[in-house]
Design a protein around this ligand. Sequence first.
Ligand SMILES: [Zn+2]
Ligand SMILES: [Zn+2]
Length: 171
Amino acid sequence: MAVMRPLDQITKRSIASRRYRAKLQSLGKCIYCRQPNDTPHLKGCTTCREKYHQANIDNYGINREKELARKRRQNAKIKLKALSMISGLATPVCVYCGCEDILILTVNHKNGGGEKERKRLNKWGMHFQYLIVKGKRNTDGLEVACVVCNALHYVNLKYPDLGKRFIVKFQ
Ligand SMILES: [Zn+2]
Ligand SMILES: [Zn+2]
């Protein structure tokens, strides 16, 4: 992913061909600026290596943002698909309160143990949903619930008497 970015004199074109690079190195010259290399055991002189290093850092910063944005879009797609498969609805909704906002919808384990399963798989969040999308985890025992109802479901399983005292209403 670390594609070289043109920086100052250093461009892809300024890097010598492979054979020429070998020759430059054998002559103790920098393969980037073709000047005498102060570190002949390495391909580039100190100045060029530092510049190259910086170019990679800058470039990584740019790619990182793009990469993160791409991942977010991809994860959103996976989530929608997984929730659709579980609920059987094109637009999944919380089975308890009817909330339909994908932002807060989650996969709920009807009988609990969701955390355990995620830990056991050592794949949590998107990974778990990815397994569902890929058909590697069936949707048995799963339902779609919003984070609020998911939390209440947890309370109900653990402290039934306390859970009874809550009512979640989505409007
Ligand atoms: Zn150089
Ligand atoms: Zn809900």
